[in-house]
Unconditional design. Structure first.
Length: 255
């Protein structure tokens, strides 16, 4: 019987996952709880519809019940009593341990993130990828139990596998619906933005301001002109004394 190696249950993100996350980011700024408030404005976030919350809670409830049943059924296995070689037993034990760790820690964490952001597409897709990995590994264990275990063990684990498969299909449909809704919202917002831009008045043309940065030539200081004197005029103090007439009764003094 062909055996497959133990498969890691860590979520895998292909290239198109990043594209899907980018589309979701355009329509939703980030994973915000349904009753959370905005960190910047303090306004209440857009509430999730009742139908969407009901659908998600139903799926998560089914998944939580399937997880508990699977953990209990895996604990009942007596792999050491199987009539097969030791390598097959080790491989099955490794798969069982990987499933138990995922159901105990990884799966509840992802489910908690989705409960806080019910319509976040990346969080929904992470849960889907984890269920996909769980289904593959649990399928290998169910196949080994069917070959070497008891009929009751096989039937119990087969029922658990079917429960995971049903939830995985429902989660895939939810991802498709959410992606379509986000894309429709993006198209609506783009159309509204173009309409608003077309209706907005055109801005006035900018005013031209001419700046003259040339320095004017320096001005020469104004010089004061001296008043011109009449030709032949002399200062009275410089007139010759000969022209002065002595007062009466006095003779002119000799020169």
């Amino acid at each position: 019987m062909k055996r497959t190696p133990a498969v890691s249950l860590k979520p895998i993100y292909p290239v198109w996952t990043a594209l899907l996350c980018a589309v979701a980011a355009m329509g939703q700024s980030g994973p915000t709880p349904a009753n959370a408030t905005s960190a910047e404005g303090g306004a209440q976030a857009t509430p999730v519809s009742y139908a969407s919350m009901t659908e998600l809670n139903t799926m998560l409830g089914q998944l939580d019940e399937a997880s508990k049943d699977t953990q209990a059924d895996l604990a009942k296995l007596r792999i050491d009593r199987w009539r097969t070689d030791s390598s097959a037993k080790k491989q099955t034990l490794a798969n069982v341990d990987s499933i138990q760790r995922n159901l105990h820690s990884a799966l509840p964490e992802i489910m908690g993130q989705l409960r806080s952001a019910p319509e976040d597409v990346p969080a929904t897709f992470r849960l889907y990828r984890n269920l996909d990995a769980l289904y593959d590994v649990l399928g290998n264990v169910v196949e080994s139990v069917g070959a070497f275990g008891s009929k009751d063990e096989f039937q119990s684990l087969a029922n658990d596998l079917n429960a995971f498969e049903a939830t995985r299909k429902q989660m895939a449909e939810r991802i498709e619906n959410l992606s379509t809704s986000k894309e429709t919202e993006i198209v609506r917002l783009r159309t509204a933005l173009k309409t608003a831009q077309a209706a907005a008045p055109a801005p006035p043309p900018p005013k031209k301001i001419v700046v003259d940065d040339t320095e004017p030539p320096p001005k020469k200081p104004a010089t004061k002109k001296k008043p011109a004197t009449k030709s032949g005029s002399q200062n009275p103090s410089q007139q010759p004394q000969a022209n002065q007439t002595p007062p009466s009764g006095q003779s002119p003094s000799p020169q």
